[in-house]
Write a protein that binds this ligand. Sequence first.
Ligand code: ZN
Length: 193
Amino acid sequence: MQTLIDHARTYGQRPEEFADLAKGQSPEVLFITCADSRVVPALITGARPGQLFELRTAGNIVPPYAFEHPTSEAATIEYAVEVLGVKDIVVCGHSHCGAVGAVVRGDGLNAVPAVRDWLAHAADEPKCSDLADPTVAEAVQNHVLTQLLRLRSYPRIEKRLQADQLRLHGWYYEVHTGAVLEHRAETDRFEAL
Ligand code: ZN
């Protein structure tokens, strides 16, 4: 913790570099990814403050849209699309994801009941033909596609997609190599960006 505090103490040494951010934000992208500490969207994309609007959840899960049950995730997505007018939404899963791995392996999660109940409530079990693969790549990639479909269940998103005002992107990030793959509609595979 101390090294992080030391860095934070010196971070704002040139306040003039931040001054324009007081005028507001107009990020072009909503970046949805896992809470995993190995995934750092600003490092992966080179984004500067103001460029990425982020939603981080355990397992980069987008819960099914249900207007009668407001969620933090739905609120963040709605704000990004309706107020900020983002033009692109990236759902970025990652290798070695603990949440996706727990779902496909059927791990007992009684020691972490909130995680257990969140995954049971919000995560469909993705297809995974090799449970011995520590990266759980196949499962994570299928899981990303499920989240993209769920985004389309949000009426305001579907409306903007139909109007060509929004694009959805499925990414898979390898924490052990730094490589980023993107789902390509033409081949229905994840390939290098
Ligand atoms: Zn994860």
